[in-house]
Write a new protein. Structure first.
Length: 211
C-alpha cells in the first residue's frame, strides 16, 4: 500500500504512520525527520532547510523533491511506503504524479486549530535521541529529562506559540488544498483525529480496511 498522510502539524500523522508501518510492513517516509537529520549533521541541504524550518515556513520544493527521490530508490520501498509530511503543496503533488510516484490513498487526519495549539504548546523533544514527550499527555518520568538517554528536553523552535500559529496559517494556505486535489482523483479518506491515540488508530485502520 502506498499512502499519503495529510493533516495539520500536531495532528498525529507520525503516530498513525508508526502503527501503519507495523501493520503493512512498509517504510514511513517522513521528510521532516530526513530534513532534521540533515540539519543536525550540518549538510548543505540541512543548512538551507534550517532557515525555513526555524521560521515555521515550508522548505522549498526543490529541496523536498530531491530528498524524496533519493529515498524512494531504497529497496525497502519496493512493496509500498507511507508519506508523512509529503507532499505539502499542489506543486509537490503534481511533481510526484509527473515522476510516476504511485499513490493508492491520501488519508487526512482532521484536527481543529485550537486542539493543535494545545498539543504542540506542551511538546518537549530530546535533542540527542529525538524522543518526543508532552507535559500533559506523555510526560517523562523525571521532569525535563529524557527517559531514553537522560538528556535535558527542549522546546523545539517550531513548537513556539508564535511559530505554531505561523505553521497553521501555512498549512491552511499551502497544504490543505491537497484534500481537494486527491478528492478529485477519488483517493481522499478523512478520519477524525480528536480523541485518544487508540481511538484515532482504530478509526484509521477501519477507514483503510485494515484488520
Amino acid at each position: 500500500m502506498r499512502l499519503i498522510l495529510l493533516g495539520p502539524p500536531g495532528a498525529g500523522k507520525g503516530t498513525q504512520a508508526e502503527e501503519l508501518v507495523k501493520r503493512l510492513g512498509v517504510p514511513q517516509i517522513s521528510t521532516g525527520d530526513i530534513l532534521r537529520g540533515a540539519v543536525k549533521q550540518g549538510t548543505p541541504v540541512g543548512l538551507k532547510a534550517k532557515l525555513y524550518m526555524d521560521a515555521g515556513d515550508l522548505v522549498p520544493d526543490d529541496v523536498i523533491i530531491g530528498v524524496v527521490k533519493e529515498r524512494l530508490m531504497s529497496p525497502d520501498c519496493g512493496n509500498g511506503y507511507i508519506f508523512d509530511g509529503m507532499p505539502r503543496t499542489i506543486n509537490q503533488a503534481e511533481a510526484l504524479d509527473e515522476q510516476g510516484v504511485v499513490i493508492d490513498a491520501a488519508l487526512s487526519i482532521e484536527v481543529p486549530d485550537e486542539e493543535i495549539l494545545r498539543r504542540l504548546g506542551g511538546r518537549r523533544t530530546c535533542p540527542e535521541c529525538g524522543a518526543v514527550y508532552h507535559v500533559v499527555t506523555k510526560p517523562p518520568l523525571a521532569p525535563g529529562i529524557c527517559d531514553a538517554c537522560g538528556a535535558a528536553l527542549i522546546t523545539r523552535k517550531d513548537d513556539d506559540p508564535d511559530t505554531i500559529s505561523n505553521r497553521l496559517m501555512t498549512y491552511h494556505k499551502e497544504t490543505e488544498p491537497l484534500k481537494a486535489y486527491y478528492k478529485s482523483q477519488g483517493k481522499l479518506i478523512t478520519v477524525n483525529g480528536v480523541g485518544s491515540v487508540g481511538e484515532t488508530v482504530a478509526a484509521t485502520l477501519d477507514a483503510l480496511g485494515i484488520a
